[in-house]
Design a protein around this ligand. Sequence first.
Ligand SMILES: Cc1cc2nc3c(=O)[nH]c(=O)nc-3n(C[C@H](O)[C@H](O)[C@H](O)COP(=O)(O)OP(=O)(O)OC[C@H]3O[C@@H](n4cnc5c(N)ncnc54)[C@H](O)[C@@H]3O)c2cc1C
Ligand SMILES: O=C([O-])C1=[NH+]CCC1
Length: 378
Amino acid sequence: MSSSSNTYRITIVGAGIIGLTTACTLLKEYATNENLQLTIISEKFTPETTGDISAGYWEPYGLKTIDERILRWAGYTYNIFLSEFFSIKASCGGIMKVTSYRLYGFNGQNKDNNINNTEKPKFSELVRHFRLLDQHELETFDHLKPTSGFVMSSIVVEVSKYLPQLLRFLSQDNRVKFIKKKIHSLIELKDKADVIINCTGLASRYLVGDQTVRPARGQVIRVYAPWIKSAYSFDTDEGFGYVVPQSDRVVLGGTFQLNDWNTKVDENDTRKILRMCAKALPALEQIHSGRVDVGLRPYRDDGVRLEHEKTIDGINVVHCYGHSGAGVTVSWGCAKDVVDIVKTLLPPNSKRQDNLPEHEQLWRLVPNFKYIILRAKI
Ligand SMILES: Cc1cc2nc3c(=O)[nH]c(=O)nc-3n(C[C@H](O)[C@H](O)[C@H](O)COP(=O)(O)OP(=O)(O)OC[C@H]3O[C@@H](n4cnc5c(N)ncnc54)[C@H](O)[C@@H]3O)c2cc1C
Ligand SMILES: O=C([O-])C1=[NH+]CCC1
């Protein structure tokens, strides 16, 4: 399979949050493989990926079903982000741990079809400090008096700061090569890679002809509102709204418009987002300016595609796309499963394990995020 006796040529197409977390995980799992040649090909790099404009908020969102895979990936990712928060990475990687409130049935929501959401979301077991708001809290919740809700510690990842950190770590490894280029068919890579990892998000619709992946248009507004230090999300009569603090801006969202390919700002959506969020936090009515971003989430009818495919041309491809509104939330968990598949195709050379220098052996005992931190620090 390899071009020479034991060179492993792996190509990742796509340098979004999915592609780069996969690349970092590969370097960890193939740490002793000096024969690894990792090429990252992408039409766009940060800050032009979908994740860069995302709210970067940890919650499985925009998926038709939240199944065991999603929960496993999201739980694994939460723990990596949380560990990075408690390390130096937080200062430069755009990682925040925030108190997060979900509110149901407060004023402005159509009470007729309001249900009392007392059941816990499936992901409640995965996070720290989750609890349902009690009756006293509901009655005294600021001015809102929601009929039900919960609070938890969530994580916010400012992807436009996080991806540069991952790129910095990757570029320090001489086995990694970057190519800024759009490819039109995986066949272009046939004789250049032993395994191709497809992390092209919505573009998989064209690159691999998957017509089930389609856009879920999202519009968000980044405003200067330094008094907001918690995250809020809520159902309103106009849709699902959220307020997510990042390092120096607050992200107000959002829209979720399936099959809408419009990447231009829609002023009506801007006004709607401000109205929804001001219902939860009236002080936002004072906000009259902000940066409006539009992105197309890679929605897929059957959920995330993460699997190995041997194409008719004999190419080994591992697909990882279709994360909709949860790509940040499940990124590291997906990366781990992708690399586990790659390892079945190209078994890592572990024969050098026993005579690794002390610090390398120590490093192999810690998850890669600490290694990224140490290398980035150095
Ligand atoms: C407004 C908005 C808010 C969001 N908020 C959140 C949130 O709070 N939490 C959360 O978890 N998720 C959120 N998301 C979703 C999240 O952003 C996506 O799920 C995630 O970014 C998808 O990552 P990806 O790497 O698969 O795709 P992308 O980021 O789109 O990256 C795909 C990469 O592939 C490259 N590429 C594509 N085709 C080719 C080709 N033919 N040749 C070469 N390169 C190619 C592109 O240039 C790009 O670099 C949000 C999305 C939007 C739009
Ligand atoms: O895609 C999105 O807009 C979001 N994902 C998680 C919270 C908001």
